[in-house]
Design a protein around this ligand. Structure first.
Ligand code: ADP
Length: 444
């Protein structure tokens, strides 16, 4: 309005000067008229300059800053100049920009915080609009799906290829309460999905949120526990059935034949020993799995090896095995009991799966703070395709031979636990027909 008034004043001014000059032209000489026009022109120029400095320039600033603010550059401020009205306009504009800036900052802080919380969550989160299209995902769900694709605007069916999830989302958006379902995605990741409706202020469902819990590990552990119970039951059943069968036969008359009775009693004794070994190995494994930290002490490695060989003197003699030990006298710092357990199982296997008259060699050294002990035998070796599985519980390569030799199928899994619980590793190399080498590496 101020600008309009001042513009009109300039226009009126010019009009008055022109009219007065025209009238004066009849009364004044040309030189006097020229002087009057010059004076009038100077006055008009000064007046318009004043208008420009006081009104147009500040208004131009207002227009430039308004455009910057509209473009989102809220840090721009107007210099407070010009007449009172324009200065007031500048102050209001500056206050508005400041308030807007603070509000937007607040909103973006809130959004950033929300995004950080979503990213920090272990659970996958997905938000869908009223058409069932994804509007937001966090990285946990992308990780579970094994993708870094942008899923925004896709439907759950396009993202997961699981119709059950799509159906649950459709049901929730149609007014059904929270749906919970289990689904398998990607390369076997098992997810529990809770699809929850989100209502707007008028109480209508206008979006849905899915929270995913990764159940893969829980389900795997469940399956392992079930398999373990089934395996243990099977392992117990075989010797127990044998003991029961032989006992019944003895009771129903075989006891009267001393030759047969002795033979049956020996079989019963062998099966009872097998059960005892099984219980003992199960207890050892349970102790190792109880996650009790290793107790380290200083001891001489050679003495532990000698002890384990001495404990197997009878079977070494019976099978005519030649045992050699290459171990310097070294003090190491490790869990003595767990190392003895591991060595005991490896030496047992090296003897049991050897040929009569074969060799077992134990060599140990410490290099750069790592102790390595290699147990080498001259047995039949292990087929390369079986090697990855021999550390699994109850896995046996030659089942009949393993049982005959009193093996429980738990020895190598005990070795693995006993060594890995101290931060070490166990590895194997084997050649069919030539023998195997099991190597323990342990930081000492
Ligand atoms: P087991 O109590 O039956 O010996 P282990 O867990 O100690 O169970 O070993 C698993 C299987 O690996 C054995 O049944 C056997 O078939 C094979 N194995 C282990 N050590 C040797 C070895 N030194 N030579 C040949 N086969 C072996």
């Amino acid at each position: 309005m101020t600008f309009r008034i001042h513009s009109r004043l300039i226009a009126w001014n010019l009009l008055v000067v022109s009219v007065v000059s025209f009238i004066l032209a009849f009364f004044l000489s040309p030189s006097q008229l020229a002087l009057v026009i010059l004076v009038a022109a100077s006055l008009t120029f000064t007046f318009s300059y004043g208008v420009r400095v006081l009104i147009s320039r500040p208004l131009h600033h207002v227009s430039v800053v308004s455009r910057e603010l509209a473009a989102g550059h809220l840090e721009h401020r107007l210099p407070i100049t010009g007449d009172e009205e324009i200065a007031a306009l500048g102050t209001s504009l500056n206050t508005m920009a400041q308030t807007l800036n603070a509000k937007i900052q607040q909103l973006s802080d809130g959004k950033q915080q929300l995004e950080l919380i979503l990213e920090a969550m272990g659970q996958g989160v997905m938000v869908l609009d009223r058409d069932g299209r994804i509007t937001l995902t966090n990285s946990a769900i992308l990780k579970a799906l094994g993708t870094d694709r942008d899923l925004v605007r896709k439907t759950p069916l396009e993202a997961f290829r699981r119709p059950e999830l799509e159906n649950a989302v459709r049901a929730v958006l149609a007014g059904k309460p929270t749906q919970v379902l289990e689904t398998t995605v990607g390369t076997g990741t098992i997810l529990q999905a809770s699809v929850t409706p989100v209502t707007n202020v008028s109480g209508e469902v206008d979006s849905a949120v899915i929270v995913f819990h990764d159940l893969t590990d829980i389900r795997r552990t469940d399956r392992m526990r079930r398999d373990f119970v089934a395996n243990v039951s099977h392992e117990f059943k075989t010797p127990l059935t044998s003991i029961r069968g032989y006992t019944e036969t003895l009771l129903s008359g075989a006891k009267d034949d001393p030759g047969i009775a002795l033979d049956f009693l020996r079989t019963i004794e062998r099966n009872a020993q097998q059960l005892e070994a099984l219980v003992s190995d199960l207890l050892t494994l349970a102790k190792l799995e109880a996650e009790v930290p290793a107790t380290r002490e200083h001891f001489d490695l050679q003495s532990v090896i000698e002890e384990q060989i001495a404990a197997r003197k009878n079977s070494i003699l019976a099978l005519d095995i030649q045992v050699t030990v290459e171990c310097p006298v070294i003090q190491i710092h490790a869990d003595r009991s767990r190392l003895s357990t591991a060595l005991s199982n490896l030496i047992n296997n090296a003897i049991n799966y050897n040929k009569s008259g074969g060799q077992v060699r134990l060599s140990a050294e410490v290099q750069n703070g790592t102790m390595s002990i290699a147990v080498t035998d001259s047995g039949n070796g292990i087929p390369s395709e079986e090697l990855p599985r021999i550390f699994e519980r109850f896995y046996r390569v030659d089942k009949a031979r393993a049982r005959d030799s009193g093996g429980t199928g738990l020895g190598l899994s005990i070795v693995k636990h006993a060594i890995e619980s101290q931060g070490g590793t166990i590895s194997v190399s084997s050649k069919l027909g030539s023998g195997s080498t099991f190597t323990i590496r342990l930081p000492v």
